[in-house]
Design a protein around this ligand. Structure first.
Ligand code: GAR
Length: 214
């Protein structure tokens, strides 16, 4: 069993996003509402110059960085991101709709310090179009997973999962909306859980470091 210490408060989050940014906004709102005590958003970084999430961050007066990934070799792009995140003093990297796989070098720069949210109940339906995959498979239950990021896609240790039903008349859009609603609750809750103190990882299981009182 490996013990992993939580980052110490105050914790500076570095948000990585590629698009809409609704999960980022949910985290920002959780901080504003005092549900993520001791947390600040140090920087919002996007690999897409016109990502709506980046604009939303600017409107909130947060520091933003754009590092366009298209046309930049992956290793160089990720090195630039590490440099920007370090410059902003980031303790915990939060992927919020960041649609690129991170290099091993990036992950070594933030060991046990990168979280992701994925719109399926992993290990089911990793990769792109998770909601479409769930519908096409005929799953009766769908949901989201917050997990630590490792070198495999949508694979790291799971911090928290939340479920939603799949309804007979669902389209990819209606199912994605239902999942997104629980993502917005799950991500702040998972971050709070990670920051709440020590935890241990046994095999793939994420466990509180202190035994739970019986
Ligand atoms: C969310 O549904 C998130 O789970 C998904 O992208 C969407 C981003 O929405 N992420 C992945 O599929 C990562 N594999 P947002 O930009 O509104 O937060």
């Amino acid at each position: 069993m490996s013990e992993v210490s939580a980052p110490r408060a105050p914790v500076a989050l570095g948000i990585l996003l590629s698009g809409r940014g609704s999960n980022f906004m949910a985290i920002a709102e959780a901080i504003r509402a005092g549900r993520l005590q001791g947390c600040t958003i140090a920087v919002v970084l996007s690999n897409v110059a016109d990502a709506p999430g980046l604009l939303a961050a600017q409107e909130l007066g947060l520091s933003t960085v754009t590092l366009v990934s298209k046309g930049t070799p992956r290793a160089e792009h990720d090195r630039n991101m590490v440099e920007a995140l370090r410059r902003h003093g980031v303790d915990l990297v939060v992927l919020a709709g960041y649609m690129r796989v991170l290099t091993a070098e990036f992950l070594r720069a933030f060991p046990d310090r990168v979280l992701n949210i994925h719109p399926s109940l992993l290990p089911a339906f990793p990769g792109l179009h998770a909601q479409r995959q769930a519908l096409e498979y005929g799953a009766a239950v769908a949901g989201c997973t917050v997990h630590f990021v490792d070198e495999a896609v949508d694979h790291g240790v799971i911090v928290l999962q939340r479920t939603v039903p799949v309804e007979p008349m669902d389209t990819e859009e209606t199912l994605a909306d239902r999942i997104l609603n629980v993502e917005h609750l799950a991500y702040p809750e998972a971050i709070a859980r990670v920051l709440s103190g020590g935890y241990a990882v046994r095999g793939r299981r994420y466990l509180p470091a202190e035994p739970l009182a019986s």
